[in-house]
Design a protein around this ligand. Structure first.
Ligand code: ANZ
Ligand code: ZN
Length: 874
C-alpha cells in the first residue's frame, strides 16, 4: 500500500476536538490513583503566544502525557496571570478598558494554545483578574494581616513631581518619569508589606531539601536571601564633634578582623546622624540631596562613582581611645542594610579602597597573603579579600582571619560601655520585607478602609470581593482608582463614619504566588483552597518555567505557601517539589544597511561556497547577518507560532523544540532543522503504514520463539522503550528523541528487507510499530493518534497505558572491552558475553592496532579486567 502524505492541517484540529469532547485531560479530584502535578508558569495575556511559550508548554506536556500513560492521576492545568501594567498602557494608548483588553487577549491566546495540542485540563482555567479568584486573595491578605504577616511600613517610592504620581521602577527611565520627563524623587509613604523576613532563615535552610531544583536556582535564592554573620560594634563618638551630642555610632561588619586597617567611617545619607549633621551644614544638605537623586536601586549604587562628604564628626577606635576616625556620608552605604553605617577598611574592600584613593586617606594592609612578604606587602588599586595571616594588628598579629574575627568578637562582647556590650554577634539578611502596594488600577484591590477615627479597618469578609470599578478613566496620570469619582468613598464598617478605601492594589507577584494551589479546587467559592484536596494534590511535582523567575516568583511562592500554612489554607511549606528552568529560543538577527532590523520571514539566507549571505526577499537588498539572540520584538528576530503551525503543524514544532538541544539550554531556531523535523514526520507515517500492512498478516498470538532478526528488532524496541522512559522522567528530551530516531532506523532496516517477512518477524514488526507510536505520542500526539488508528489499536493512544518493558530483552549478549597495550588505549574489542579469557586474548591479539603497538615484540602477559579492560603487556 502506498500511503498518502500525512496532512497535519487536517488531522490536528480533528484530534484536538476528540480529546476535548471526551474531556480526557480533565483530572478528577476523587481519582484514587497516585497524583502527579505538572505545571508550567502561566502566561501573561499580552495578546499573542510567543515561541518561548510553545517550548515551555511542550516540555510540560510531554511529561504530563507520559505520566498519564504511566497510570498517574495527572493534574495539568492552565490559567492567566492577568493583572499588570500593560493593560493600563493599552487603555491609555488605545482607549480600550483594561478588562476588555485582557479578556480579548485571553480568548485569542487560548485558541493559539489549543492549536499546540496540549493535554491541559481547561475545566480549571481562571484568570487572576477574575473577581472569583482575587476575592480569595483578599481574604488571605486579611488573614495574613491578623496573623502579623502583613503590615504597614514607611517605604521609599519613586515620585514624579510633575505628574504628581508614584511610578513603578519600570516607569523610571534614566532617573526621569516616563511620561513627564521630570527628574524622579524618592518619597517616603505608607506601604503594605508581607513579612517574608520572618522566614528568612527557614527559606534558606529549606533550600537544602529541594533536591529536584537546579543548583543554580538554589544558589540564586541563597544569594538573594543573603545571610551574613558578623559583629555589631558600637563606636564611641567624640562628642565635641557630634552635631547634637550623639555619643555613639553602631556599625555592622562581617570583617571585624580588619579593625586595625580602619581608615574612615561611612554612614548612609538617610542615617539619623547624617540628617542631624546636615541640619547644621547646608553644604552637606546639598550633597545629600544630590546623591539621593540616583535612586536606591542596588545596581545603580554598585556602579555609581563612590562619593563622600566629611561631616567633621570623629569616631573613636574601639581598641584605642586615641585613634580617631573621620565620619563621612557616602553614597554606597544603604540605610536598609545592617545599621546603615560601616567602618571602612580600604586594603581589603574594593569600595572602601576606591573611596580612600579618591579622598586621599591612605590604607594599611592587615591581612597578608600566604605568598607575600609582610614587610613589603602593599595595596594600591586592588583590595585583597583573600586568605592570609594578620599583620599590623597589634594583638591579632599572626592569627588567621577566623581566629582574629573570634578574638575581636570575644573582646568586644565582654567589654561594656554604658550598660551594654560594645560588640554583639549578629546575623543579617539581605532579604527585605516584600512591599506589595502598587499605585495602579489594574491589580487586586487591597481590602482595607482608612477611617479618620478608627485608622485602618479591614473590609469585612462578607463584603469581599472588593471589585474594581469598570468605568475608570485613564486620561490623567497616576492611579485611576484614586481619581475615580465615587469608588473610594465609603462608610467605615466600624463606626459608620465617612471613610476611604485603600486605593493601592497588590503587586502582581501576589497573584502568581498561590495560583498553583487554587488549581487544585478552583470551584470552591467559599475559600481559597479545600484542605483535603489541596493537601493531596500539592505540591507541584514538576514546575517548569524561565530562569528569569528563579528568584522573586519562586521565593514569593515559597513564602506565600508558608503564610497559607500559618493561616490554615494549606498544610505544607514547599509548593514545588521539582523545578526545571528551560532555556530560551534564540535566532539570528538581520539588519539592513540603515541599521533597521528585519524579520526572518523577510529574508532569504543562502550559503554560497560555504559563506552565508542574506538578502531581502523583496528587492534583493543585502542584509547583514547579526549575532544569535533571544527572540525579541525590538530585534525582530521572532518567528510566529501561528505561522509555524499553519505551515508544518503543531507536531513538527513540538518535535523540533524537543530535539535540537537539552531543554535547559537555549535552542537556536533553524528553518532547515524544522524542515528536517517535518521530513521525519512523513517518514514515520510511511513506516507505520508499511508496518501496518505487514501487521495484518502477522500471527495474532505471540510466537513461541524468535529468530535472530525478530529478536534484534525486539531488542531495539524494548531498548528504546527503556531509554525513552528513563529519559522523559529526567526531562532529557533531546536524548529521548535521538533514541527514537535510532529505533526508527532499526525498524526501517527490517521493513526494507521486503513485505513478506517470516511470522516471527511480522509479529515483531507489529510490536515495534506499536511501541514506536507510543514513544512518539507524548511529543507528537496528533500524529500518534492517526498512526494508532492505522495500526488498528483500540481507543486513543492518549489514553493507552505505557507499554511494559520486557527486561530480558535489555541484557546485551555481547560486551565491549577497552584494549590497552602497556597501559595505553589502542582500541576496543567486542566479545560474546560470558566469553572465557583465552577467547578474549585471542581476539585482542588478532587486532591490527595491537600488533602495530607491539611492533613485533613478544607478549609477556595479558591481563583481563572482567567486563572492562584488557591490557597487553609487551
Ligand atoms: C568592614 C569591612 C572590612 C567590611 C572589609 C568588608 C570588608 P555582606 O557580606 O553583604 O553582609 N556594609 C555593612 N552595612 C552596609 C550598608 N548598609 N551599606 C553598604 N555596605 C555595608 O557585607 C557586609 C559588609 O558590607 C560589612 O563588612 C560592611 O563592610 C559592609 F575588609 O565592614 B565590612
Ligand atoms: Zn471608623
Amino acid at each position: 500500500m502506498t500511503s498518502e502524505r500525512y496532512n497535519a492541517r487536517e488531522t490536528e484540529p480533528r484530534w484536538q476536538r476528540q480529546w476535548d469532547e471526551k474531556a480526557i485531560f480533565a483530572s478528577k479530584n476523587d481519582d484514587p490513583r497516585p497524583k502527579y502535578y505538572v505545571l508550567e508558569m502561566f502566561p501573561y495575556p499580552s495578546g499573542r503566544i510567543h515561541i518561548g511559550h510553545v517550548r515551555n508548554y511542550t516540555l510540560g506536556d510531554v511529561l504530563a502525557r507520559f505520566m498519564r500513560a504511566k497510570g498517574f492521576n495527572v493534574l495539568h492545568p492552565m490559567g492567566w496571570d492577568a493583572f499588570g501594567l500593560p493593560a493600563e498602557n493599552a487603555a491609555i494608548e488605545r482607549k480600550v478598558a483594561p478588562k476588555a483588553w485582557t479578556y480579548d487577549n485571553i480568548a485569542a491566546m487560548k485558541k493559539q494554545l489549543q492549536s499546540i495540542g496540549l493535554s491541559l485540563d481547561w475545566s480549571r482555567e481562571f484568570a487572576t483578574c477574575d473577581p472569583s479568584y482575587y476575592k480569595h486573595q483578599q481574604k488571605m491578605f486579611l488573614d495574613f494581616l491578623r496573623a502579623g504577616l502583613a503590615e504597614r511600613e514607611k517605604r521609599k517610592l519613586n515620585w514624579d513631581p510633575v505628574d504628581m504620581t508614584v511610578l513603578a521602577n519600570e516607569q523610571v527611565i534614566d532617573g526621569r518619569g516616563w511620561r513627564s520627563g521630570a527628574v524622579v524623587e524618592q518619597r517616603e509613604m505608607n506601604q503594605w508589606v508581607f513579612k517574608i523576613t520572618k522566614y528568612s532563615q527557614e527559606l534558606l535552610d529549606a533550600l537544602d531539601g529541594l533536591d529536584r531544583w537546579p543548583d543554580k536556582v538554589r544558589l540564586m535564592q541563597r544569594n538573594w536571601i543573603g545571610r551574613s554573620e558578623g559583629l555589631l560594634i558600637r563606636f564611641a563618638l567624640d562628642t565635641a564633634t557630634s552635631p547634637a551630642g550623639e555619643t555613639e555610632l553602631r556599625i555592622f561588619t562581617t570583617r571585624p578582623d580588619t579593625l586595625f586597617g580602619a581608615k574612615f567611617m561611612a554612614i548612609s545619607a538617610d542615617h539619623p546622624l547624617a540628617q542631624a549633621a546636615a541640619a547644621k551644614n547646608p553644604k552637606l544638605a546639598e550633597f545629600i540631596a544630590d546623591i539621593k537623586k540616583i535612586g536606591t536601586a542596588q545596581e545603580i549604587i554598585d556602579t555609581a562613582e563612590k562619593q563622600g562628604f566629611d561631616t567633621g564628626i570623629k569616631a573613636i577606635h574601639p581598641f584605642d581611645p586615641s585613634w580617631k576616625l573621620p565620619v563621612y556620608v557616602a553614597n554606597f552605604v544603604l540605610m536598609e542594610y545592617g545599621t546603615g553605617a560601616i567602618f571602612g577598611c580600604p586594603a581589603h574592600d574594593q569600595r572602601d579602597l576606591d573611596f580612600v584613593n579618591k579622598y586621599k586617606l591612605g590604607n594599611v594592609p592587615v591581612v597578608c597573603p600566604p605568598d607575600a612578604d609582610p614587610k613589603t606587602f602593599v595595596i594600591t588599586d586592588t583590595a585583597y579579600d583573600g586568605d592570609g595571616r594578620m599583620i599590623n594588628s597589634r594583638f591579632l598579629d599572626g592569627m588567621t582571619i577566623e581566629q582574629a574575627k573570634e578574638e575581636v568578637a570575644k573582646r568586644l562582647e565582654t567589654e561594656t560601655r554604658g550598660n551594654a556590650p560594645v560588640g554583639e554577634r549578629q546575623v543579617n539578611f539581605r532579604l527585605r520585607d516584600w512591599g506589595i502596594s502598587r499605585q495602579r488600577y489594574w491589580g487586586c484591590p487591597i481590602p482595607v478602609i482608612h477611617c479618620p477615627k478608627c485608622d485602618v479597618v479591614p473590609v469585612p469578609d462578607k463584603d469581599l470581593p472588593v471589585t474594581l470599578p469598570e468605568d475608570a478613566t485613564f486620561d490623567k496620570p497616576g492611579n485611576a482608582l484614586d481619581h475615580h469619582p465615587t469608588w473610594k468613598h465609603v462608610t467605615c464598617p466600624k463606626c459608620g463614619g465617612k471613610a476611604q478605601r485603600e486605593t493601592d492594589t497588590m503587586d502582581t507577584f501576589v497573584d502568581s504566588s498561590w495560583y498553583f494551589a487554587r488549581f487544585t479546587d478552583p470551584w470552591n467559592e467559599a475559600a481559597p483552597t479545600t484542605p483535603k484536596i489541596v493537601n493531596r494534590m500539592m505540591p507541584v511535582d514538576q514546575y517548569i518555567g524561565g530562569v528569569e523567575h528563579a528568584i522573586l516568583h519562586l521565593l514569593y511562592s515559597r513564602f506565600f505557601t508558608r503564610a497559607m500554612k500559618a493561616t490554615g489554607h494549606i498544610d505544607m511549606k514547599e509548593p514545588f517539589a521539582g523545578m526545571f528552568t528551560q532555556g530560551m529560543v534564540v535566532h539570528e538577527t538581520y539588519q539592513k544597511a540603515d541599521g533597521t532590523f528585519v524579520t526572518p520571514a523577510e529574508v532569504k539566507v543562502e550559503a554560497i561556497d560555504g559563506i552565508r549571505r542574506a538578502t531581502m526577499i523583496y528587492g534583493g537588498d543585502e542584509v547583514t547577518i547579526g549575532p544569535i539572540e533571544k527572540m525579541s520584538k525590538s530585534k525582530k528576530n521572532t518567528v510566529d507560532p501561528d505561522d509555524i503551525i499553519a505551515t508544518y503543524g503543531a507536531d513538527v514544532a513540538r518535535w523540533f523544540m524537543l530535539s535540537d538541544s537539552p531543554p535547559d539550554r537555549d535552542v537556536i531556531w533553524s528553518d532547515e532543522r524544522v524542515q528536517g523535523a517535518s521530513r521525519f514526520v512523513q517518514r514515520l507515517w510511511r513506516l507505520v503504514n508499511e508496518s501496518a500492512d505487514i501487521a495484518r498478516s502477522a500471527p495474532a498470538a505471540r510466537p513461541a520463539s524468535f529468530g535472530p532478526e525478530a529478536l534484534a528488532l525486539r531488542k531495539a524496541a524494548h531498548g528504546a522503550l527503556d531509554k525513552v522512559s528513563g529519559g522523559i522522567e529526567r526531562l532529557h528530551f533531546n536524548v529521548c528523541l535521538a533514541h527514537i530516531r535510532e529505533f526508527t532506523n532499526a525498524l526501517a532496516d527490517v521493513l526494507a528487507k521486503g513485505d513478506k517477512p517470516a511470522p516471527d518477524v511480522a509479529w515483531a514488526i507489529k510490536e515495534a510499530a506499536v511501541i514506536l507510536v507510543q514513544l512518539i505520542s507524548p511529543m507528537m500526539p496528533h500524529l500518534a493518534e492517526e498512526c494508532w488508528v492505522v495500526l488498528g489499536q483500540p481507543g486513543l493512544v492518549s489514553e493507552a497505558d505505557w507499554p511494559q518493558i520486557e527486561r530480558d530483552l535489555l541484557v546485551e549478549d555481547t560486551v565491549t572491552l577497552v584494549v590497552q597495550v602497556n597501559g595505553k588505549k589502542r582500541g576496543d574489542v567486542t566479545v560474546p558475553r560470558g566469553a572465557q579469557n583465552p577467547e578474549i586474548e585471542g581476539a585482542v591479539l588478532a587486532l591490527d592496532a595491537v600488533k602495530q603497538a607491539l611492533g613485533g615484540k613478544p607478549v609477556k602477559k595479558v591481563i583481563v579486567v572482567p567486563m572492562r579492560i584488557v591490557n597487553v603487556v609487551g
